[in-house]
Ligand binder design. Sequence first.
Ligand SMILES: Nc1ncnc2c1ncn2[C@@H]1O[C@H](COP(=O)(O)OP(=O)(O)OP(=O)(O)O)[C@@H](O)[C@H]1O
Length: 306
Amino acid sequence: MTAALEVRGLVAEFAGRGDAVRALHGISFDVGETEIVGVVGESGSGKSTVVRSITRLLVPPGRVAEGSVVFGGRPLLELSERRMREIRGKEIGFVAQNPFSALNPVLRLERQFANIAKAHGVRVDAASRDRALRLLEATGVNDPERVIRGYAHELSGGMAQRVVIAMALYLNPRLVIADEPTTALDLTVQRQVLDTLRRLTSGSGRSMLIVTHDLGVVAEYCDRVLVMYQGKLVEEGPVSKVFTAPGHPYTASLLSSVTGPIEPPGTDRRERPGERLAWPLRGGPSAEAASRTRQAEAALSETGGA
Ligand SMILES: Nc1ncnc2c1ncn2[C@@H]1O[C@H](COP(=O)(O)OP(=O)(O)OP(=O)(O)O)[C@@H](O)[C@H]1O
């Protein structure tokens, strides 16, 4: 598979009073064209630092000390900030955890779409507005014409994240990077937003790198998984393989540490006590995801997580 993104030997550190603290210890991985890759690991393992390093959004005291990131043949870490800004938004769409931090509170949403277009030299006209409306509709925003004339504060969290996804996809990026895109949302809307993200990603030849702490999300939505532990990539591979036969003790413990069922966002656990990873089987989006889930379920019982 051709790689959309190639990360090699990424080392990131945070400067402190004394020695710099190393947050990433030489991370290497690829994201293939059209692939959805999940990044999992405990809090502090470096997931967000990977994403920020790749997108060059790591701010001081953080810095990338070593390594390379090649996207579409270009070395991202060596580009000027101006060139990087052109790539971000146009070729790489970014969806952050909190949608309201990504939206401007004082500008109407249509103006924000127009600003994205303008910043990338794309003509702002009826056709570009129409494209924003169609994308909002595709992300599940009701009455996009009304919404686009309004402000961020008028939106629920779920609707705001749909708007952010529409903005991230507005200029048709080849790669979408999402850092815990549903963590800030109510459980009831998390799954709808993830379904939207996947539909608009995999159906259109895009690749996605998604950071999540939710193994159920990985089981259902991702092709491959990267497992991080203390700033290192300890395991990577197809979800079906890693979840059924984890090769690293940390992955096994991550799987076995799931003490309750891995559920779709919004599921009332009391409804189905004892079930594990069974949710895509109940009207889930694809047979493939269901099969992955069955495999993960088997892995959980093998690793003693029941
Ligand atoms: N601004 C900062 N200053 C100093 N150290 C930091 C800073 N941000 C992150 N770190 C350190 O870098 C390491 C990786 O953090 P990072 O936020 O990437 O982890 P994470 O896996 O995304 O965690 P979480 O799931 O909680 O978001 C941690 O040890 C953290 O303490």
